[in-house]
Write a protein that binds this ligand. Structure first.
Ligand code: MTE
Ligand code: MO
Length: 299
């Protein structure tokens, strides 16, 4: 897959994945930790990314069907060029931003993040993307803004799942402004240095690594700054099970299953289980956002 956007190019466009993984081990040895910045690697452990196949063949993207392999099979129908993102609400410069213009203004970097679905499975994904805070700064956040609302494309001709009322379409999500501005929160445009595949939310999707995967809304076409908490797709569908915050929390179980551990994707039938970490391992970075809050109440 060729890169469409010049500044999404990384060294891995010319480096085979195997060499890339070697470099990761090198970094794990303690050299180049500075590179990782806030990418959650302050913890001593080194994250080993899942292979490309895991990340792009096992997906949740209900606009293309509810089976894990449906998105990979069906998402080729999605047209991602041209693409615009409407940024509106409480911003100084509302408007339709062309994806190319966004990419030219943003600095794309690599973030290797844990990714934990509310269904109790997880992967490690090497995203390429930019901080959401930088995009919001470009639009100029006004002082009255308290929340950020996100919306996925609604295009049933290309998204066959939208012909069925599985969720209320379009898929919507939301963050508190401080969560949206946190440096760990990114808009991802690539994986392993390649353009993000359609099934993973091309051409740009949110990634909030300390929250359950469904908060990381795909194929975003609209971002709205508001002063009231916006509705979210899964909360609207089943509010008793999916809250607005949806922070990864091994101590607060889903009403129908435990969140204490997770199945690591890969490894087939003998898939490994591992304990789930508070805030998905990003506690040091984000716990202060929720100081004094009852996380059981605010699930
Ligand atoms: N628009 C949209 N965004 C979505 C979803 C979806 O169905 N539609 N699924 C969510 C869920 S439940 C998860 S776990 C992640 C999966 O992302 P991945 O397929 O890139 O791993 O996307 C999230 N974003
Ligand atoms: Mo999920």
């Amino acid at each position: 897959m060729a890169n469409r956007w010049k500044n999404t190019l990384t060294e891995r466009d010319i480096t085979p994945e195997a060499a890339y993984l070697d470099r990761r081990r090198f970094i794990g040895a303690g050299i180049g930790l500075g590179l990782m910045g806030l990418a959650g690697t302050a913890r001593s452990e080194t994250l080993e990314p899942n292979p490309w196949e895991d990340i792009t063949q096992y997906n949740n993207f209900y606009e293309f069907g509810t089976g894990k392999d449906d998105p990979a099979r069906n998402a080729h129908t999605l047209t991602t060029d041209p693409w615009t993102v409407r940024i509106d609400g409480l911003v100084d410069k509302p408007g339709e931003y062309a994806f190319e213009d966004i990419m030219n203004a943003m600095t794309v970097e690599e973030r290797i993040y844990r990714f934990r679905c509310v269904e109790a499975w997880s992967m490690v994904i090497p995203w390429n993307g930019f901080e959401l805070a930088d995009l919001l700064a470009m639009a100029g956040v006004q002082s009255g803004a308290k929340y950020v609302a996100f919306e996925t494309l609604y295009r049933p001709e290309e998204m066959p799942g939208q012909r069925f009322p599985v969720l209320k379409w379009p898929y919507v999500e939301g963050l508190r402004l401080d969560e949206a501005m946190h440096p760990l929160t990114i808009m991802a445009t690539g994986i392993y240095g390649k353009d993000i595949p359609n099934q993973n939310g091309a051409p740009l999707r949110l990634v909030v690594p300390w929250k359950y995967g469904f908060k990381s809304i795909k194929s975003v076409v609209r971002i709205t700054l508001t002063d009231t908490q916006p509705p979210t797709a899964w909360n609207t569908a089943l509010g008793s099970e999916y809250g607005f915050y949806s922070n990864v929390n091994p101590q607060v179980d889903h009403p129908r299953w435990s969140q204490a551990s997770e199945r690591v994707i890969g490894g087939g039938l003998f898939a490994r289980k591992q304990p789930t970490l508070m805030f998905n391992g990003y506690e040091e970075e984000v716990a202060s956002l929720y100081a004094g809050m009852d996380l059981r109440e605010n699930y």
